[in-house]
Design a protein around this ligand. Structure first.
Ligand SMILES: [Zn+2]
Length: 613
């Protein structure tokens, strides 16, 4: 059976015009990745420090080199290659106005590589970002755009985004890139948190918990919990799409109180400048962190609705008697997890069954020497009167959605032994006083200028940088500045322990141990893909040891036989990747490398390279 061709043409034209008029939707979408197995390792709007995850992470079996394809007809409007973040990324725009983003790639297709090479021969730099007019680089659905990689990130995978015409990321699972899913989300633990100094939960002025954060689902109905005064709840809710069990975000989370919906968080879209609101949706005091089951004041992300304190606006609490809280999580396929929490609002306090006090105190103990205690926490304002801590009131920053001033607590501290030992291991010389900073709520938009408590008014020492301790290692966070008071200052971006250190050792390239102290490479081994020419020669790494401030990617200069060569800073693996031009002849060559760390300490090396035919 066949339709007359004119009618088919008519139908195609109708679909095309529908696609153009309905904002967003493409008529037909191809899957972005050439891999028969489809696994997610991260989902849309998952928590990342200070931002939401803007797309899906598609697993690539721990390998690189899978073809990524245009999901629809359109044009490439942007490509970028950076040492961190998205790494190598391609932006495909379609006539509907949507943009599809593919990130952490290893090799662009020939058209894009030619554009990048052209730009690099002018700039001499690896870092490249190019924008194109729609129609300038047209592509067809299914066309190979690049190969997957791990550029800018920890391990191989494809990061894939769908954006609307305003460049707001959308949930790809709702927008035509759903994965089959028969697994319901899991609500595995719940915390009840008194929100005023007089509120009680289960008879105590502390936090009560039930379930295990890493455990299975809570029972359908929990044992009743006695509460008094304003009480908030947090929950550990994770979504699984397959047997691999990567923990993702459910699509929707709702809370009903006595049958009325009081909170909703639907993960369908957000704007990039709202990304840092993610900090306000989670309580960082627990390990692992849990989601607040109510909306915090500054959270104005799409899909979020509900009261600020559902269990007691203005601190009034709920009316005495029985109440019922229902927490519900739903994934994109409609699988549901649901837990009923009976509440007994009472002045007396029956001991709860099935609930236990959490070790986290309200207000929590100050982290004397306990650096793991440094967290974003809404309770510090209620009880901090500890000697040695100095409060500073900071006015809200411009554009900061938290419109109240925040109180920042700071204290001069001695470095704990572990932090000293690690500083030595990282070749860092702590040259100034260390400061610990805590805040009731963190300003969302950017850094705040702070002074280092106890710092003398001396000149800023040469090569000094400010480092943050994360409990395991030190990371450089920026320059030491002169504060108005005459003390030393810096731009603080998150609470924690900070120290002024000097990096004492420059980066050290690890020279390979091949013939002549050099390296022997053979022809490239990547298979050819239509549109993506493999490298003629093996791409080879030069390991760099740099424990202090880190490699400054902009400092890297390389030559091959005296001619400039742009090499790739592969910073997550502390190495530099060199691809020799296809015109390089078999035989001996010389690669030179110059680079510096963020502290300005420089190093250079010369590596004989032998190209085996
Ligand atoms: Zn990602």
């Amino acid at each position: 059976m066949s339709l007359p061709s004119a009618r088919i043409l008519h139908l195609v034209m109708f679909l095309a015009s529908l696609g153009a008029s309905v904002q967003g939707a493409e008529t037909e979408l191809a899957w972005p990745l050439d891999l028969p197995t489809r696994f997610l390792t991260s989902g849309f709007m998952e928590y990342r420090p200070g931002r939401y995850h803007a797309g899906l992470d598609l697993k690539t079996r721990g390998e690189t080199g899978f073809v990524v394809r245009a999901v629809a007809n359109g044009s490439i409007v942007r490509v970028r290659a950076t040492a961190r973040a998205y790494g190598r990324a391609v932006y495909l725009q379609t006539p509907s106005g949507r943009t599809y983003v593919y990130a952490h790639l290893s090799r662009f297709n020939d058209t894009l590589r030619a554009r990048i090479d052209q730009a690099r021969s002018r700039s001499g730099r690896y870092r490249t970002e190019l924008y194109f007019q729609p129609g300038e680089i047209p592509v067809e659905r299914g066309e190979a755009l690049a190969l997957t990689g791990q550029s800018g990130t920890a391990g191989p995978h494809l990061h894939f985004e769908v954006r609307d015409p305003d460049q707001h990321p959308l949930n790809p699972q709702i927008e035509g890139f759903a994965l089959p899913d028969t697994f319901a989300p899991v609500i595995s633990s719940l915390h009840a948190v008194p929100m005023s100094p007089t509120a009680t939960v289960g008879g105590i002025r502390g936090i009560m918990t039930t379930g295990e954060p890493g455990g299975g689902s809570l029972p359908d109905t929990l044992p009743p919990l006695a509460v008094s005064g304003p009480v908030a709840f947090t929950a550990r809710v994770v979504e699984y799409v397959d047997i691999r069990g990567y923990r993702l975000e459910p699509e929707t989370l709702t809370v009903a109180l006595d049958g009325q919906e009081v909170y909703r968080a639907a993960n369908s879209s957000f704007a990039f400048d709202q990304g840092n609101r993610s900090r306000l949706e989670w309580f960082d005091g627990f390990a692992p962190r849990e989601r607040w089951l109510h909306r915090r004041p500054a959270v104005d992300v799409p899909g979020r609705s509900g009261a600020v304190w559902p269990l007691g606006p203005d601190g009034a609490g709920l009316s005495p008697g029985r109440h019922e809280l229902v927490v519900r999580a739903v994934d994109h396929a409609g699988n549901v997890a649901r837990v009923v929490v009976p509440l007994l609002v009472t002045g007396s306090s029956p001991a709860p069954q099935g609930w236990r006090p959490d070790s986290l105190q309200v207000p929590p103990a100050m982290p004397e020497g306990d650096l793991a205690g440094c967290r974003l926490n809404p309770f510090f304002a209620t009880g901090i009167e500890t000697a040695g801590w100095t409060p500073t009131t900071l006015d809200p920053l411009r554009n900061d959605p938290v419109l109240e001033a925040i109180v920042l607590w700071s204290k001069a501290v001695e470095l704990p032994a572990a932090a000293r030992t690690q500083a030595e291991f990282q070749n860092l010389d702590p040259i100034g006083p260390a400061g610990f900073y805590l805040a009731t709520d963190w300003p969302l938009e950017s850094a705040v200028p702070v002074e280092i408590p106890g710092s003398v008014g001396a000149e800023i020492p040469d090569m000094a940088q400010v480092f943050r301790w994360n409990g395991r290692r030190w990371s450089a966070v920026g320059d030491l500045l002169a504060a108005e008071s005459g003390q030393w200052g810096f731009q603080l971006t998150s609470p924690g322990l900070y120290s002024v250190c000097r990096d004492t050792v420059p980066p050290r390239p690890v020279l390979p141990n091949g013939p002549d102290g050099g390296i022997a490479i053979g022809p490239g081994t990547l298979a050819a893909v239509p549109g993506i020419t493999p490298p003629r020669w093996e791409i080879f790494p030069v390991e760099i040891v740099e424990q202090g401030t880190g490699i400054d990617p902009a400092s890297i200069r390389a030559t091959l036989d005296g001619k400039p060569l742009v090499v790739e800073p592969d910073l997550p693996r502390s190495r530099i990747l060199a691809e020799l031009p296809a015109s390089t002849q078999p035989g001996p060559h010389v690669l030179t490398l110059e680079l510096a760390d963020w502290g300005g300490l420089a190093a250079a090396c010369r590596i004989p390279v032998h190209c085996r035919p």
